[in-house]
Every structure is written in structure tokens, then in C-alpha cells.
Design a protein around this ligand. Structure first.
Ligand SMILES: O=C(O)CCC(=O)C(=O)O
Ligand SMILES: [Fe+2]
Length: 422
């Protein structure tokens, strides 16, 4: 099997300055006190003491260019640099009552007005190990959920509560570290094997979102990958690996059921991935003074095939269903599963990747852990051969090019996928 080319060997320690993020790109210029990205047309937004990040991109109707606000790099009144990330902002302004204007978004529907009545289907996965009849009805239920909702919840999924609790614990500890410690993992490169940051994934300019994040790859765990992962807290690497291994197995089980629901052989989804790419996104959304005016994460669809999401018991996920935002309720010991763009294409449009967004709340810190699963980067993404028709709906593209397009597009929602439509 071909090794993925996206993993760079780690920079030797001797070449790293104490404050230099491991994978920071060559576009960055350092001075003693500040780091500026060398790009024209883009404002600099300071995200850490002595660090600045260039921003420029947007979300459908929700993200306005901050270039027009004229407030970049300025303190928020009383000497607060609120662009160090939201956790750090709250630490320096614990009694913040007004949302800084950089975070105020134009929203098509207030995060507080989501429909709470309807809910995504819950599937009992023990059915996949039951009698042939039970297995068949579970597969049908999964297929129906993919078609009607693009989102469902799974219970009896086989992953121990302890594995989940430990994962949440190390993530909480990681975000509790000093900003300097976390900034070791800062990167602008959307394909970087590890990235710590704030707001959206893109380094391009956008209205700020109320989120800090840590993202890195998991399966197939190439050599050297662990030394790129945080070594603080010390148990992070072992706990995250145990979690990602279990999530990969669960995803392949779901992929088997989904393949069969499409009339494909059980292994179709798994084989289509080659070695596969697993991306962990840990999202940290601290309490927000005016949660009705902003989001933790803008409306988007995921670029992979299946995403497996869990949270720390604090609700915040909303999905677009039948044209309106619907809140997804927190149910202990379950995972939320969603169809991503890769599976939409593989199913030739039968299953749709669904736009979703993360809201924030006034009193509690929300942590969510989303793990995406896509094919190895060189894979040509196209409908499954048995489902392909002469009137295929999607242009073939490598997964790597698709990820780059999706992450760098200046408007989110499902705009990247729209660009592939024939
Ligand atoms: O925080 C959430 O509920 C959503 C996270 C998400 O959609 C993502 O990380 O892609
Ligand atoms: Fe997502």
C-alpha cells in the first residue's frame, strides 16, 4: 500500500525555536514579540501572546470579512486582546458581558430558535450482531436514517464508557494548558498532521467563531505520528490512540451496514477507503456572554464519509433538516453519526451530507469530539461503480484536492460539493 504523503517528518528539535509551532509554514516571519503572516489583503489577527494569524474566508451568509471592521489587532477597550482564542479571552476578561463585534455573525436563524421537538433517529447497533432478520432490519433502519436525515444516533455501539470518559478528560486537560503550550501545535496548513487553533479551520479571513480546536490524524497511524501528538497531558497519546482505534472499528461496522443498505457488498465502503484517513477534531466552546449572536462552528458539511461525534453532556449541535435548524439532543453513552460529502458522492447522491453547526451557551463549556473518516488522499472520489450511471452527478476528483477545496473555499455550507456537481 502506498504511504500517505501528507505526513511530514517532524522538524528536529534542534531546529525548533521554543515558541515555534511544529508545523508552521514558511510564510511566517518572526520577531521577538510578534509573528506576522506575510500576506497582502489580509488582516492580522493576534491569537496568542506574540503571535498573529492572518484571516480571510467566510461562511455562506454567515461570515463577513473582518477586513471591513477595521478593528484588527486592537485591544478590546480595557487592554484585552480577545483574538488569542476564546478560552484565553475569557481568562483575561472573566466578567465579559458583551460579545466583541468580531464574533457577531449574521445568522439565517437564531441559534436559540432551533426546533427542539423532532430528533434524529436512534439505532440500536446490537441488531447488527443479532439474527439475520434483526440484522436486516437494522441495516434498513440505518439506510433510512442516511436517506431521510443524514444523521443518526447509535446506542449499544460496543465502545466502553471508560474509553469515552478518558478521551474527554485528556482533551479537557489539553485545553486547560497555557496558550504557549497549545500554540506549539499551531499550523496554517489545512493538511497539517496536527493543528491547534481558534475559530474556523481556515487561515483565511472570516468573522471569528467562539471555538478553540485541536485536530490531528489517526488511522492508519503512520510511523512518527505519535511524536507529533501532544505529550501534555502525559497520557494523551495512549488515550487518544485507544479512542481512535475503537472509533475506526465502529466506523467500519457502520460502513458495512451502509454498503449493504445501498445494495453493495458489505466491505465496499471499507475497501473504497484504501488505507483511509481518520481526522480527529476536538472542539472547545467555553461559555459565551451572548450565545444568540454567534456560533462555535459555522454551517458546514463534513468532507469525509462518516463522522462519529460525541460531546461532554452539553448540547449544541444543530442540523439542517427540512429547511430548518433542528437541535440534536445529548443522550449519554451514544454517538452521533453523520453522512459526509465522500459518502454522498459514493452513494451517487442517494445519501446526503447534511449541513450542521455548533451553537454555544452562556453558562457551560461544551467539548465535542468529531472523528471524520475518508479515503486515502490519492483516491479518486466518485460514485460506487455499481451505482454509477451515465448521468453521474459528480465530477471525479482526488480526495486530497477535495479536502483542500473544501477547507479553503471562502463560503462554507455545502459549496465545495456544489462545485463538483455536473
Ligand atoms: O461541535 C459539534 O457539535 C459539531 C462539530 C463538527 O461538526 C465538526 O467538528 O466537524
Ligand atoms: Fe462537522
Amino acid at each position: 500500500m502506498q504511504k500517505m504523503s501528507i505526513f511530514r517528518s517532524p522538524t528536529p528539535a534542534s531546529m525548533q525555536s521554543m515558541c515555534m509551532p511544529r508545523s508552521m509554514s514558511a510564510k511566517v516571519a518572526f520577531t521577538n514579540t510578534q509573528v506576522h503572516f506575510l500576506a497582502a489583503n489580509s488582516p492580522s489577527v493576534r491569537v496568542g501572546s506574540g503571535m498573529a494569524l492572518k484571516c480571510s474566508s467566510s461562511d455562506t451568509a454567515q461570515i463577513d470579512s473582518i477586513a471591513s471592521s477595521g478593528e484588527h489587532g486592537r485591544d478590546n477597550g480595557g487592554g484585552i486582546d480577545y483574538r488569542k482564542g476564546v478560552k484565553s479571552l475569557l481568562e483575561s476578561a472573566p466578567h465579559l458581558q458583551k460579545l466583541p463585534s468580531e464574533f457577531v455573525l449574521q445568522l439565517d436563524q437564531s441559534p436559540m430558535d432551533a426546533a427542539g421537538g423532532s430528533d434524529i433517529p436512534t439505532i440500536d447497533l446490537s441488531g447488527l450482531d443479532g439474527s439475520p432478520e434483526r440484522k436486516a432490519s437494522t441495516i434498513k433502519a440505518i439506510g433510512d436514517a442516511c436517506e431521510e436525515w443524514g444523521f443518526f444516533r447509535v446506542k449499544n455501539h460496543g465502545i466502553d464508557d471508560k474509553v469515552i470518559a478518558e478521551m474527554l478528560e485528556v482533551i479537557e486537560e489539553f485545553f486547560g494548558l497555557s496558550l504557549e503550550e497549545k500554540m506549539k501545535y499551531y499550523s496554517e496548513d489545512v493538511l497539517s498532521p496536527i493543528r491547534y487553533g481558534t475559530s474556523l479551520n481556515t487561515p483565511l479571513a472570516h468573522k471569528l467563531h467562539w471555538r478553540d480546536y485541536l485536530r490531528h490524524y489517526g488511522h492508519p497511524f503512520p510511523e512518527n505520528i505519535f511524536q507529533l501528538w501532544p505529550d501534555n497531558p502525559p497520557q494523551y497519546r495512549n488515550v487518544a490512540k485507544a479512542y481512535l482505534v475503537e472509533i475506526w472499528k465502529l466506523t467500519m461496522k457502520l460502513g458495512g451496514a451502509i454498503s449493504q443498505s445501498l445494495g453493495l457488498e458489505e466491505e465496499y465502503f471499507e475497501k473504497s477507503l484504501g488505507e483511509g484517513v481518520q481526522i480527529l477534531a476536538c472542539n472547545y466552546y467555553p461559555p459565551c456572554p451572548e450565545p444568540n449572536k454567534t456560533l462555535g462552528l459555522a454551517a458546514h458539511s463534513d468532507h469525509g464519509g462518516l463522522t462519529i461525534l460525541m460531546e461532554n453532556g452539553v448540547e449544541g449541535l444543530q442540523i439542517k433538516h427540512a429547511g430548518t435548524w433542528v437541535s440534536v439532543h445529548d443522550v449519554p453513552s451514544t454517538f452521533v453519526v453523520n453522512v459526509g460529502d465522500y459518502l454522498e458522492i459514493l452513494s451517487n447522491g442517494k445519501y446526503k451530507s447534511i449541513e450542521h453547526r455548533a451553537t454555544v451557551n452562556q453558562h457551560k463549556t461544551r467539548i465535542s469530539v468529531a472523528v471524520g473518516h475518508g479515503p486515502e488522499m490519492s483516491t479518486i472520489v466518485k460514485p460506487a461503480t455499481p451505482l454509477a450511471k451515465e448521468t453521474d452527478q459528480y465530477r471525479a476528483v482526488t480526495y486530497k484536492d477535495y479536502v483542500k477545496l473544501q477547507q479553503s473555499i471562502t463560503s462554507r455550507g455545502k459549496n465545495a460539493l456544489e462545485k463538483l456537481k455536473i
